[in-house]
Design a protein around this ligand. Structure first.
Ligand SMILES: Nc1ncnc2c1ncn2[C@@H]1O[C@H](COP(=O)(O)OP(=O)(O)O)[C@@H](O)[C@H]1O
Ligand SMILES: [Mg+2]
Length: 275
C-alpha cells in the first residue's frame, strides 16, 4: 500500500517514509505542563515548573536563561533521559518515555568512548541500530569531514583537544540524520573562531535537512543568530518568561546579522529580562 504515492507505507498504524525510515511529524515537539522536582538532602528542588511550549517540525528554537534555571532539565525531559514529575512531552503525538535513536543529543562536554577511534565513535549509533552498511560508513566519513576532522579518523579521543572531541560528538549526532537534534550548550567550550564555524555549519546542515533543533546556550547573540524563536526562561523554578520571534532573513551571515538593527534590539530585550 502506498497512500500518498510518495514511497510511503503503513507500519503499525504509522506512515513511514521508505527513503528515511522516519515517521512524519516526528519533528513536532509538544511540551505540556512540564514540571520536574528533584529530591535532595536539603529538600525538594523544583527545577522547572509548568512549561507549555510547542515546537514545529523543522523549527530552530533557542533557549536562554540564567544558570541553574532548568535549561538542561528541560532538554533532558524532551530527550526522554529523565521523566517529568508532572506534565508530559509528546513527539509526533507520542508521549516521550525513553530515549529514542531518532533524537540526536549533544551535551556540553563530549561523551566519547576513549578506547574507540574517532571514526568508530561516529559509527557507534549505526552499530547499535543494525549491522552497519557501506552507506553508513560513507555517512560517517561525510559528517567527520563536515566538522573538519577528516584527518583524524584513526585518532583516539584522548589525542584530540576538547574542541575537536566536541566536534566528534556533533558529527556522531548528525550521522544518523535525526528528526530532532537537542543541543545543550554544545559550543560553549570552543574557541570563538571554531564556534563561529560550527554555528555556520550547523545552520547549513539544518537548512538542508528535515531536522528540528532545540539549542540551549547562555549566549544571547548565538541564540538569536541561529534561531527562528528564542525561549527566555525565568530563574528557578524555570518557566517561559518570553518567546521571541527572530525575523531575520535566511541564510544568515554574521556580517548581515550584526548590521541589522533588529538583532541589537532583540538582544537588548533579552538582556533586560536576564538582569
Ligand atoms: N539530578 C539532579 N538532582 C538534583 N538536583 C538537580 C539535578 N539536576 C539538576 N538539578 C537542579 O535543578 C536546577 C536546574 O538545573 P539545570 O537544569 O542543570 O540548570 P541549567 O542547565 O539551566 O543551568 C539546579 O538547581 C540543579 O541543581
Ligand atoms: Mg545546563
Amino acid at each position: 500500500m502506498n497512500p500518498a504515492g510518495t514511497g510511503a507505507r503503513r507500519v503499525q498504524g504509522h506512515t513511514v517514509n521508505d527513503q528515511t525510515g522516519e515517521l512524519p511529524g516526528r519533528g513536532h515537539i509538544e511540551i505540556d505542563g512540564l514540571t520536574k522536582t528533584f529530591a535532595s538532602d536539603a529538600g525538594d528542588i523544583t527545577a522547572i515548573e509548568g512549561i507549555d511550549f510547542d515546537i514545529a517540525p523543522r523549527e530552530f528554537v533557542g533557549i536562554v536563561g540564567p544558570s541553574g534555571c532548568g535549561k538542561s532539565t528541560l532538554l533532558r525531559c524532551v530527550g526522554g533521559l529523565i521523566a517529568p514529575s508532572t506534565g508530559e512531552v509528546r513527539i509526533g503525538g507520542e508521549v516521550v518515555t525513553t530515549p529514542d535513536r531518532r533524537i540526536g543529543y549533544v551535551f556540553q562536554k563530549a561523551v566519547l568512548l576513549p578506547w574507540r577511534r574517532v571514526l568508530d565513535n561516529v559509527m557507534l549509533p549505526f552499530e547499535v541500530m543494525r549491522r552497519p552498511t557501506e552507506e553508513d560508513r560513507r555517512k560517517a566519513h561525510e559528517v567527520l569531514e563536515m566538522v573538519g576532522l577528516a584527518e583524524y579518523l584513526q585518532h583516539r579521543p584522548g589525542e584530540l583537544s576538547g574542541g575537536m572531541q566536541q566536534r566528534v560528538s556533533v558529527a556522531r549526532a548528525l550521522a544518523v540524520e535525526p528528526s530532532i537534534l537537542l543541543m545543550d550548550e554544545p559550543f560553549g567550550a570552543l574557541d570563538a573562531q571554531t564556534r563561529d564555524l560550527m554555528n555556520l555549519e550547523l545552520l547549513r546542515i539544518w537548512q538542508e535537512s528535515q531536522t528540528t533543533v532545540v539549542f540551549v546556550t547562555h549566549d544571547i547573540g548565538e541564540a538569536l543568530f541561529l534561531s527562528d524563536r528564542v525561549m527566555v526562561m525565568s530563574a528557578r523554578p524555570g518557566g517561559v518568561q518570553d518567546v521571541i520571534d527572530v525575523d531575520l532573513e535566511r541564510p544568515r551571515t554574521f556580517e548581515q546579522v550584526e548590521a541589522d538593527e533588529r538583532f541589537w534590539s532583540l538582544r537588548q530585550r533579552i538582556r533586560e529580562q536576564l538582569e
